[in-house]
Design a protein around this ligand. Structure first.
Ligand code: PGA
Length: 258
């Protein structure tokens, strides 16, 4: 089943409102140059820049994503943002379970699961991140780590219209290090994730779901990664902060280039 490639720029804690506006205007121009874009694109600015980005990107094919969310609808949760607030500001997607949140902010598979369910309920698309650390890979437990993250992170979502949810496989050792996983390493894990999705949902749903790769994606390696059967796009950190390099990654992900 053909899956439309998806490229998401995860800005992490970067860019002021003015920098967001400048970037978004330039990205819109770059994207307009592509006559037949067969790639879906989203940017994930920090919360403070979402409204400004939404204003610039409204009516364009570039979607807006948040970098996190809290699962409750509203209430006494100082500092948190609900799915409804994200929808209200113009987000279509939200990243959950990024390894930096797991590492520094105590994110667990259980909180990832609650966040994903809350996003789907609000009509938003969760991008659920998972991946092993270097010591887990060296200890040959990559597949069991990813299996637990998949099964626990997606628990109970089968009866909640999971069709649109997106998985991002991001080996922790590849994030921000310049050490990209080889296309074969990523493919092996992503094929395994798709098989698990087939068991959790159905093989029809699994075949339609997009599994992104993330971890030191650059203009130079996107085409080789995208050539793999189970790599349907990328979650890009560092290389998404520069319009030119992000635009080149989008270009490199075009199916015609495969
Ligand atoms: P990176 O980050 O592209 O800078 O490695 C990817 C991510 O953390 O999503």
């Amino acid at each position: 089943m053909p899956r439309t490639p998806l490229i998401v720029g995860n800005w992490k804690m970067h860019k002021t409102i003015q920098e967001t506006v400048d970037f978004s205007l330039r990205l819109k121009d770059e994207f307009a140059k592509e006559k037949d874009p067969r790639v879906e694109v989203a940017v994930a600015p920090p919360f403070t820049s979402l409204a400004a980005a939404a204003k610039v990107l409204r009516g364009s094919p570039i979607s807006l994503s948040a970098q996190d969310v809290f699962w409750a609808e509203s209430g006494a949760y100082t500092g948190e943002i609900s799915p409804k607030m994200l929808a209200d500001v113009g987000c279509r997607l939200a990243i959950v379970g990024h390894s930096e949140r797991r590492q520094y902010f105590h994110e667990t598979d259980d909180s990832v699961n609650r966040k994903a369910a809350a996003l789907i309920k609000e009509g938003l698309i969760p991008i659920i991140c998972m991946g092993e650390t270097l010591s887990e890979r060296q200890g040959r437990s990559t597949l069991s780590v990813v299996e637990k993250q998949t099964r626990d992170g997606l628990k109970g979502l089968a009866d909640k219209d999971p069709e649109n949810l997106v998985i991002a496989y991001e080996p922790v050792w590849a994030i921000g290090t310049g050490h990209t996983a080889t296309p074969q390493q990523a493919q092996e894990v992503q094929a395994f994730i798709r098989q698990l999705l087939g068991e959790i949902f159905s093989s029809r749903i699994a075949q339609g779901m997009r599994i992104l790769y993330g971890g030191s994606v650059k203009p130079e390696n996107i085409a080789d990664l995208m050539a793999m059967e189970d790599i349907d796009g990328a979650l890009v950190g560092g290389a998404s902060l520069d319009v030119q390099s992000f635009a080149q990654i989008i270009k490199g992900a075009q199916p015609s280039k495969r």
